[in-house]
Design a protein around this ligand. Structure first.
Ligand code: NAD
Length: 297
């Protein structure tokens, strides 16, 4: 069983840390938000008062932070992970961040003699709680094999995507598919409404025909056909529109930097920006159907 330092016990990190403890690992936790840290301690973690204290004795360090600049701060600061972790510690960043930050922090870790993986996740808070996340992992093969048992305590589908940063590449490509398909599914339901075609009938046809996709089959954006989807609870997130917009921006920045043509990704980003600017950033991303329908600005 491993000694783990876990930094960032928010909506995702909290349940991920709990699953590691359930599997028998010892977790020392740190978060700048006191109530979230308190919740992790109540669930059995050891309290750390700083990043330094959190990682000093850890064999494995896991971070689950909001964005790239938080990851730079936590890893590269004077009292940050790279200066505070013991020799031989394996570093795993599960945050969704830009490829450039992921690769530069991994390079700095390597210069400090530490192995690092980027391992962003898909599956949302529900997946984090159930321990069924998908992990998309970038970094050296040996480090991946060392991390695998821990990732298996938090997830079900663990994929090694290649070298440093490639986990982030897979994550942004996946979420660009999801955003585009959610808008497409929303448009189809709105057209069906205008045509007088019942939601359930469209679902019964398309969920088994060539229109099927995760946005329709598992996360249907209208109430009824998929009882667990946020549409049935007034689009309470789930995966927020803010987060989706963040991921679409990462994808568009990468598309520009690396010269990829992604016209639908660009339109999806513009539509989600409108939706978020209309005050819906904290609601579920599937709620964009309401803007398509004309119910939101
Ligand atoms: P969150 O805001 O709930 O959690 C992030 C935590 O990091 C917060 O508790 C915050 O206080 C803490 N933090 C920030 N700066 C810190 C610092 N310097 N030191 C210590 N703690 C610090 O966010 P979340 O929903 O858990 O998402 C985390 C990451 O996972 C994001 O990159 C997000 O894009 C990704 N993600 C989220 C979901 C989802 O459904 N929520 C799904 C997949 C991926």
């Amino acid at each position: 069983m491993a000694r783990i330092g876990f930094i960032g016990v928010g909506k995702m990190g909290g349940p991920m840390a709990r699953n590691l403890m359930k599997a028998g690992h010892t977790v020392t936790a740190f978060d700048i938000a006191a109530p979230l840290l308190d919740a992790a301690i109540e669930a059995g973690a050891v309290r750390a008062a700083s990043v330094r204290e959190c990682v000093a004795d850890a064999e494995i360090v896991i971070t689950m932070l909001p964005a790239g600049h938080h990851v730079r701060d936590v890893y590269l600061a004077d009292e940050g992970v790279l200066k505070s972790a013991g020799a031989g510690a394996l570093l795993i960043d599960c945050s969704t961040i830009d490829v450039e930050t992921a690769r530069s922090v991994a390079a700095a870790a390597s210069e400090a003699g530490l192995e690092m993986l980027d391992a962003p996740v898909s599956g949302g808070v529900g997946g984090a709680e159930a321990g069924t996340l998908t992990f998309m992992v970038g970094g050296a093969e040996g480090a991946f094999e060392r991390a695998r048992p821990l990732l298996e305590a938090m997830g079900r589908n663990i994929v090694h995507c290649g070298g440093a940063g490639n986990g982030q590449c897979a994550k942004m490509c996946n979420n660009m598919i999801l955003a585009i398909s959610m808008i497409g599914v929303g448009e189809a339901f709105v057209l069906a409404e205008k045509l007088g075609l019942d939601h359930q009938k469209l679902f019964d046809v398309s969920s088994t025909a060539s229109g099927q996709c995760w946005a329709l089959n598992s996360y249907c954006p209208v109430p009824g056909p998929v009882p667990s989807s946020p549409a049935n609870r007034d689009y309470q997130a789930g995966f927020t529109a803010d987060m989706m917009l963040k991921d679409l921006r990462l994808a568009q920045n990468a598309a520009q930097s690396f010269g990829a043509s992604t016209p639908l990704g660009s339109v999806a980003q513009a539509l989600y920006a409108m939706y978020v600017n209309g005050g819906e950033g904290s609601t579920d991303f599937s709620g964009i159907i309401r803007m398509i329908r004309g119910e939101r600005s």
